[in-house]
Design a protein around this ligand. Structure first.
Ligand code: PEP
Ligand code: MG
Length: 888
């Protein structure tokens, strides 16, 4: 195998091997764009290193050969005393992990070659500044020295000179700083800063490999669901310098606005600065448009390159560039991150520009982005007290208590508080706090600052660079225009406008929800651009998807909303939700019944109530299927809590005040108490042991359907039996149900076509699906219980108990209750679907567990050939979109 690729050898499709940065540097090189020469060490080499603790045997020679070629091309040798070739060593994984991994610049400088660089550049100050940066970066990232020690020494040097920016330090001072930095390295790392350039390079390469497994990189990957075994590539690139004076500089740019998708000039530029200064937000940048005045030639060239890149990648790109004494160099490009709204808008803009077709547009957006667009926004008419305004970095409306450090953010959010993390600027150490917070507010840095980039990636609300805000993290307060915000005071931030408010601002629904609700029309002239884009993409998804989308709903209101959101029926009506509130008492009567007569009376009372519910539901879903599930939960759920009731009875006893009903209740509670109720008397088992319960429900459904038919409606009820483990259970219930239906048909003279089916939510049901299909006209996979029973995880307890440990140990990247476990639970679904259809080719198949609205799971259900997914009303648009993406 080949472990090293020259930039001229790769291309953009080799991201697995060369990482995103390496692949795109190669692509730009081959497009003829000005990229400083260099080479990429593959992720394969990294994997070998991480697995074995040592680099692959062949790597050293391959690196030597590529370095020789690079030196020949540049006409100088790495670290050459009189004119050194300098290189950067940068990480670059397949998926971008902003600020997560390590970079070392200026490799090749030493006590000797710094002199050569000074002579060649004619700039002593520059040479010594470059050397001190190398020792600092190398010391911190390669040798593990605490970075603050260098920062403090630099700060002291500036104070001694009474200057505030490092560019005001002259060569002599920087030279002294180099001596100081080397001392720090020696004391802290216990070794000298290496003078041998190749050693510098090799150590830096290993440090980049190692950086794949730092805690913060692992955390980021978990958050972003990036697999842990990909490894990173390493890019070794000849250095170009943005810090060679006012005709040099460095910047970042987007080919379009990553917040709105608008075409134009977006970016930041920093004169006389090197690489990381811009992203770190250390000095204040100027808008990219100002580069036109500073250096028209480079500006024009940059604009042209940006156009080339957009047409070539057919997408929004972000780029990093450096200008060295009037010569423009491209240091990086990639398809840029964008806000959810921009993703939809850009996708349709690119279709209109003829760059991509609709099928491709559908792949450019996803359900998570759509879900994000359905979050509410701040009420524009609310009375508000605006504190200040920053840059709209990541949209959304976030309200919470002000906290000024990540530790507090985590602590408070764990105790259930909503918090806004306020920092001067964030860095990778703040990641945990950013995850815990509702939103992030910074006083420094632009759209490309760490806070902005990471928040956009996480879909978190973020306002950055609110410069009026004085953030004092030590005293935990923020001052702005005479206002003081202390830790714990409530603030509201609007990531779509950049506005920051004091107190809690009320929120209003998103325009996308208004559109789905039918309160805003995409066709109207003044329709929101975003709504138009969403409308077009949804229409396309609906056109191509095979999966139908139904709703989990058990009342008319939810059913109507689901319908507006595009539901094609109800996939799960949980009838137990109809037995809450005042009706609970009727269920109590049923449970307490000692005689047949008492029980029948209780059922008789419940019947008309159930029937009324069903009539409303069938009317709301007229013409569309409604799957009604017979009662499922253990009966004790309808009774008072055992401890509370025991206390109540004991207290009454002590007062000699006997309450006959409470006593009977307590007996019943004891009788029904189970160690493991989720595996106990529930689902079909209830129907089999409580005479008349299921038949009452079937009767209510049948009578409701008959009534709807008589009212010229089109009810399409399906009756579903939960928690079946064997076909015999289903056969018994089925027979009884058929008799009741026949009864009702006879009595009303209405012919009812009621389908009878079952849930597949026990492993045994899945394993015997072929037999069960003999008695079922449809299956609906209850993947909540199926996950619970296949894994042996209690669905109500695990998330709070050991899941964190499992996630941390990487046993799974995401809870199997959230995204279907394809290998285990998914395999049962796949096999049961096939076995069921083998018995009954027209068997209808759906899923109604939480997974029905989860993007990744929807793709899986498409793949295994289900007919529909069913999810909560608000997730219906997401499921439609993902079903379309799965099919196209
Ligand atoms: C299921 O188990 O997946 C299901 C939909 O039923 P419930 O969540 O009501 O147990
Ligand atoms: Mg279930």
């Amino acid at each position: 195998v080949k472990f090293v690729y020259d930039f001229t050898e790769g291309n953009k499709d080799l991201k697995d091997l060369l990482g995103g940065k390496g692949a795109n540097l190669a692509e730009m090189t081959n497009l003829g764009l000005p990229v400083p020469p260099g080479f990429t060490i593959t992720t394969e080499a990294c994997k070998v290193y991480l697995d074995s603790g040592d680099e692959p045997a062949a790597l050293r020679d391959e690196v030597t050969a590529h370095l020789d070629a690079l030196e020949a091309k540049m006409g100088k040798k790495l670290g050459q005393a009189d004119d050194p070739l300098l290189v950067s060593v940068r990480s670059g994984a397949k998926f971008s992990m902003p600020g997560m991994m390590d970079t070392v610049l200026n490799i090749g400088l030493s006590d000797k070659s710094v002199q050569g660089l000074a002579k060649q550049s004619g700039d002593d100050r520059f040479a010594w500044d470059s050397y001190r940066r190398l020792i600092q970066m190398f010391g911190k990232t390669v040798l593990g020295v605490d970075g603050e020690l260098f920062e403090d020494a630099l700060e002291k040097a500036k104070q001694a000179k009474k200057v505030t920016v490092d560019t005001d330090l002259d060569a002599a001072e920087l030279k002294k700083l180099v001596t100081k930095f080397k001392k720090i390295v020696k004391t802290e790392a216990g070794r000298d800063f290496p003078q041998d350039s190749r050693e510098q390079m090799d150590l830096a390469i290993h440090a980049v490999f190692d950086s794949w497994n730092t805690d913060r990189a692992k955390l980021y990957r978990r958050q972003e669901r990036i697999p842990g075994d990909l490894g990173t590539a390493v890019n070794v690139c000849s250095m170009v310098f943005g810090n060679l004076g006012p005709d040099s500089g460095t910047g970042v740019a987007f080919t379009r606005d990553p917040a709105s998708g608008q075409q134009g000039v977006y970016g930041d530029y920093l004169q006389n600065a090197q690489g990381e200064d811009v992203v770190a937000g250390i000095r204040n940048t100027v808008p990219l448009a100002e580069l036109e005045q500073l250096d028209k030639k480079s500006y024009d060239q940059l604009m042209q390159i940006m156009e080339t890149l957009e047409t070539h990648y057919k997408d929004l790109c972000d780029i990093e560039f450096t200008i060295e004494r009037g010569q423009l160099w491209m240091l990086q490009t990639r398809v840029g991150k964008r806000t959810a709204g921009a993703a939809f808008r850009i996708a349709t803009q690119l279709v209109d520009q003829g760059l991509i077709d609709e099928a491709e547009a559908l792949q450019r957006v996803n359900g998570a982005q759509l879900a994000q667009l359905m979050f509410p926004r701040f009420d524009e008419d609310a009375k508000v007290e605006q504190l200040g305004r920053g840059i709209a970095a990541s949209p959304g409306a976030a309200v919470g208590k002000a906290v000024f450090d990540s530790y507090t953010a985590i602590k408070w959010s764990r105790s259930g508080e909503k918090v806004i993390l306020i920092r001067r600027e964030t860095n990778p150490d703040d990641l945990d706090g950013m995850i815990a917070a509702e939103g992030i507010l910074t006083s420094r840095g632009g759209k490309t600052s760490h806070a902005a980039v990471v928040a956009r990636g996480m879909g978190k609300t973020c306002v950055c660079g609110a410069e009026d805000l004085e953030v004092d993290t030590k005293r935990r307060r923020l001052t702005v225009n005479g206002h003081v915000v202390e830790e714990g005071d409530v603030v509201s931030i609007d990531g779509s406008t950049g506005k920051v408010y004091l107190g809690e601002v009320p929120v209003v629904p998103s325009p996308v929800v208004e559109y789905f609700e039918g309160r805003m029309h995409a066709g109207a002239d003044d329709a929101d651009e975003l709504v138009k884009a969403v409308h077009r993409i949804m229409a396309y998804a609906d056109r191509v998807r095979r999966l139908r989308v139904r709703a989990n709903a058990d009342n008319a209101e939810d059913a109507l909303r689901a319908r507006r959101f595009g539901a094609q029926g109800i996939g799960l009506c949980r009838t137990e939700h109809m037995f809450l509130g005042e009706r609970r008492e009727l269920v109590e009567h049923l449970i307490l019944a000692d005689t047949d007569e008492e029980r029948e009376n209780a059922l008789k009372e419940l019947l008309p109530l159930q029937k009324k519910d069903f009539i409303e539901l069938f009317e709301a879903m007229d013409g569309l299927p409604v799957t009604v599930r017979l009662l499922d939960p253990p009966l004790h759920e309808f009774l008072p809590d055992i401890t509370e009731l025991s206390v109540r009875v004991a207290l009454a006893e002590s007062r000699k005040d006997h309450n006959e009903n409470d006593l009977r209740l307590l007996q019943a509670v004891h009788r029904l108490h189970e160690q493991n109720p989720m595996l106990g008397l529930r689902g079909v088992r209830l129907g089999l042991v409580i005479p008349g319960l299921f038949t009452m429900q079937v009767r209510a459904i049948a009578e409701a359907a008959a009534e709807r038919k008589n009212a010229k409606g089109d009810p399409r009820a399906e009756i579903m039996i939960p928690l079946v483990g064997t076909v015999q259970e289903l056969e018994i219930v089925r027979e009884e149900a058929e008799q009741v239906i026949a009864d009702v048909e006879r009595a009303t003279g209405v012919h009812l076509k009621l389908a009878l089916g079952t849930m597949i939510e026990l492993p045994r049901a899945a394993l015997t699906a072929g037999q069960i299909a003999e008695a079922a006209e449809f299956f609906s996979f209850g993947t909540n219980d199926l996950t619970q029973t296949v894994w042996g995880f209690s669905r109500d307890d695990v998330e709070a108990s050991f899941f964190t440990a499992y996630l941390e140990k990487g046993i799974f990247g995401v809870s199997p209750f959230e995204t279907i476990d394809k290998d285990g639970v998914g395999k049962l679904v796949r096999d049961a679907a096939a076995a069921g259809r083998a018995t009954r080719p027209d068997l209808k198949l759906g899923v109604c567990g939480e997974h029905g609205g989860d993007p990744e799971s929807v793709h899986f259900f498409h793949e295994v050939g289900l007919d529909y997914v069913s999810c909560s009303p608000f997730r219906i648009p997401v499921a439609r979109l993902e079903a379309g993406r799965a099919a196209s």
